[in-house]
Design a protein around this ligand. Sequence first.
Ligand code: BDP
Length: 726
Amino acid sequence: EDGLAAWLRYARVDNAKACLGKLPSSIVTLNATKGLPVYTAGQELAQGIQGFFGKKLDIDEHDERGKPRNNRPGKKSNAVTVGTVAAYKASNPREAAKVPELGDDGFYLSVSRGNALILGQNERGALYGAFRWLALLGQGNCSDFTLASTPDAPIRWVNQWDNLQDGGTHGSVERGYGGDSIFFWDGYVRPDLTRAGQYARLLASIGLNAVVVNNVNADPRTLTPELLDGLARIADEFRPYGVQLAMALNFASPQTLGGLDTFDPLEDKVQAWWDNITNEIYRRIPDMAGYLVKANSEGQPGPMTYNRTLADGANMFGRSLKPHGGIILFRAFVYNHQTLNQTLDWKADRARAAVDYFDGLDGKFLDNVVVQIKYGPIDFQVREPVSPLFAHLVKTPTAIELQITQEYLGQQAHLVYLAPMWKELLDFDLRVDGKESRTKDIISGKRFNRKLGGYAGVVNVGTNTTWLGSHLAMSNLYAYGRLAWDPEVTSEGILREWIALTFSDDRKVIDVITRMSMLSWPTYENYTGNLGVQTLTDILLGHYGPNPGSQDGNPWGQWTRADSDSIGMDRTVWNGTGFAGQYPPEIAAQYEHIETTPDNLLLWFHHVPYTHVLKSGKTVIQHFYDAHYAGAAVAQTFPTLWQSLRGRRGIDKERYEHVLYRLNYQAGHALVWRDSVNNFYFNKSSIPDELGRVGNHPYRIEAEAMTLDGYVPYDVSPFEAASGTK
Ligand code: BDP
């Protein structure tokens, strides 16, 4: 098992025999066309049932009037029928009338005594229904049931930060930790796109419906004819799975690629250039989903270059896409990384940027523009409050941007199961107009009565057979899809299902991996930066190991403002940057005061002495020391827990070794984290650890004390990240 099949292994289930009598004996597809989702659904059902139970089913294709296309003799009675509601109506109007109303992409699934009916509101809905049933069968659940399910939000997209070419500072997938791009190589679309199709299959199986295939830091060359032809080939690989292709654009393309003397969004020739290129794209890819644009952010060009508003910029794309039914996801991640400087301006605060820049723009966007907002106001940290921008855009559809690739969260070398964090963010009640306003209901469109909205997940899979670089990290992709479909499912429920399908439904396997995974986010938070101080990682380069000293004094501005006696970013209105005031009044009031701010966000909102006493009765500094020790201690238990699964069903040698290697590494790196962060704050504050642990590690063998052939000691910067500076 190399991970390529992920949760779609279709491995034999434990009680296969018990199910045999309850399974259909054939598959009927309604009006299926090869290369489209209903056809794919038939194939998946055959493959899945054969894999799970060893039972081979024939596929009978029925035409648009419900008549068999291939009249096989000896037709069996029990069948699983799969198709769209419309196709079912044509052959079976009376039964079809009983099917409950479904929303876009929804499905109806009814299993009864060896017969199954899987109907989609559209073609891909049928495929989603087939995959849902297969997920249940794969857990050994072959009981009768009826289910009608419509996704909570229409936008369930994946963002890939793939570069056309290798040689960027981070290789060919920006913030990707699973190898090179599966789409691009050497400036072109790869000749062999097998992996693109396999990826689409995984995404469809969890209800995801579009992929932005190139980096948000977009290369204008994406729009050259050769590249567009290549993108059309990717779209062809996606189509059988109902996954649509979308593209990230570089705002300055009319100038850099098109040779115009401007990219001002209000110039007619610029609009005409985009209209034309958009037509060119749709000529090749008629079902293209739309665009994603990062503008005026981290050096990227945008409308503000010409003193135009962000709405002027977004609407320009909206206009070009409109005749084709496409949508534009315009990112809210707008901030000026050059002028933000805390040393010059005490009130400078990157967290404020999104609301400040979008202020006054609500209602000014065309109806096919969606604002894509990172979950927190800064940047994918281990704990952030929900972005207040969700509460400001009432007339404008929004999507939440989550990160499946663990950029600041251990880069897949650390186990961090993210569903519990996402659920907290999605469940958070922003109290807009004093009414219940949960993030999930804002983005789905329910709260403000909008049609569009949803989810964008930065996934960044690569050519590695494990997709993300780690087998266990795949639970995050699985959870992302399941939550985008239905944010009510529980983190633990998702996990148990994913484990059963990825490894096996062996009770112990499920329990142990669930336990480790559910512990993993709080554990990582504990050893990398707690109390809302953010992940104390290196900020200027890789965003990986500990480097608390790099957090302050640079314009990228994820600041802790730690000095010798106090720490935390004062974001209050009365004395700080005013960020707390960007929330609706009830929430603003809560964050404004130390007493009502939850401890886990204390240092996000307030600047306090190290000796400040928390609700728990501990001082901030002692909590820091203790939490880093506690987190690192839990990480030490992961390898042992995993080892208890050795030889269990589904835990094959290849994956066992791969996972064990990473967990051992994590256990070690957690100690490095613990000691660097603790030493750093000990050096700053000079307040000793009550338990005498910090700065005192008698059991450790220091690297500089070893005699090793071929190794040379050198000075490490920052020195706290090393032992004795070496
Ligand atoms: C930061 C990443 C950077 C991205 C940027 C973004 O470090 O690689 O380009 O976000 O989301 O987190 O645009």
